[in-house]
Design a binder for this molecule. Structure first.
Ligand code: ASN
Ligand code: ZN
Length: 351
């Protein structure tokens, strides 16, 4: 595309005023970014307005390059929040950071690694409490929420984009243990992008701090996240460790143990002791371990999911492939490979 990216001002709902990528043509600014993806439906990474429908709708355009007002969109409300631009700002900011984290840290471009552009449609359906990825359009749909606030937080967008990466690579089947791993891969992606964005979104490294290890904290109206990676059972439905019962659970619960594995791999864990029941790091002795940091943990996970997993990979396979990935990246007898083994042992997979 001959069009150049112009940086606009976005008033986001969860991250204050943010710089967002747009282009200018035929008298208006358009929410599209040809520097973060080519081809696809819009020839660029883009944000569209579904305006209460279930289809992608129209590309966002505006007469000036200042967008949104930072407020929750209320359909038919007295303030219509600058035509719902705030949700578009949220989406573009989340997508820019997700794209940059994958490219700058891993050298992976867009969903498929080949820079095929994706897009997000916002204001999908009415009072819609969800967000999802569709492989048909290689795009994402985000609702305004009813019991939640607008679902465009960075971790949710990183999560949905993660489904696109998985669909283009391992294609883990979305049920049973592979479904739990598919979901966990998206939760991992969401938290990693959150850490990346909070560090400024420009480096080539995922920091080990900055994210909260909970999915959907910002979209919650009562401070209750959707999922807790450090202790999945806090949601009342997810197990903290693998068992044979796991395969029958909803994929958003069977993801729990692998989420916890990733948390331990990054942050480490401490041996159980009486009275320490609420520790994030609590784990049965002898599986206490030192974490290797989020950057390395993510590089190992991403390599395993995109080059080693198959559609039917289960928890035991994932452990074996993760050890292989760590050995290839950091050495056969590396502490990183041992840490992967320990992190899986801590969730009852292998010894
Ligand atoms: N938001 C959900 C997810 O991405 C939608 C679904 O159940 N697939 O996991
Ligand atoms: Zn998901």
């Amino acid at each position: 595309s001959a069009l150049q990216t112009v940086i606009g001002v976005g008033k986001s709902q969860y991250n204050g005023e943010v710089p967002i990528s747009t282009t200018f043509s035929e008298g208006s600014y358009r929410m599209r970014d040809p520097e973060r993806g080519t081809g696809g439906t819009y020839g660029a990474m883009a944000i569209t307005n579904a305006d209460g429908g279930s289809k992608a709708g129209k590309l966002y355009t505006h007469t000036t390059n200042t967008w949104g007002d930072g407020k929750q969109y209320i359909r038919g409300g007295s303030t219509t929040n600058a035509n719902g631009q705030t949700a578009a700002v949220n989406a573009m900011w989340g997508l820019m950071n997700t794209y940059d984290a994958l490219k700058n840290v891993l050298g992976w471009q867009s969903l498929d690694g080949h820079n095929t552009a994706t897009y997000i449609a916002v204001h999908v359906n009415t009072a819609y409490d969800n967000a999802y990825y569709s492989d048909t359009c290689r795009c994402m749909f985000i609702g305004d929420g009813a019991s939640f606030n607008s679902l465009g937080s960075i971790d949710v967008i990183g999560h949905e984009m993660g489904h696109g990466v998985t669909a283009a690579t391992s294609d883990l089947v979305y049920s049973g243990e592979s479904g739990g791993l598919n979901e966990s891969s998206s939760d991992i992606g969401g938290e990693v992008v959150e850490a990346y964005a909070r560090a400024g979104g420009t480096g080539d490294f995922i920091p080990s701090t900055g994210n909260d290890w909970m999915l959907g904290t910002e979209i919650s109206r009562d401070n209750t996240p959707l999922r807790w990676m450090y202790r999945p059972s806090k949601d009342g439905s997810s197990p903290d460790a693998w068992s044979t019962a796991l395969r029958r659970l909803d994929v958003h619960y069977s993801s729990g143990p692998n989420n916890r594995m990733f948390y331990f791999l990054s942050q480490g864990s401490k041996a159980d002791k009486a009275g320490d029941y609420h520790s994030k790091y609590l784990v049965k002795s002898p599986h206490a371990m030192t974490g290797i940091g989020t950057d390395k943990a993510f590089k190992i996970w991403f390599k395993a999911n995109t080059t080693k997993f198959t559609s039917s990979t289960n928890y035991a396979d994932a452990r074996a492939r993760m050890i292989e990935a760590a050995q290839e990246l950091y050495g056969a007898a590396s502490r990183e490979a041992v840490a992967v083994q320990r992190a899986y042992a801590a969730i009852n997979v292998g010894a």
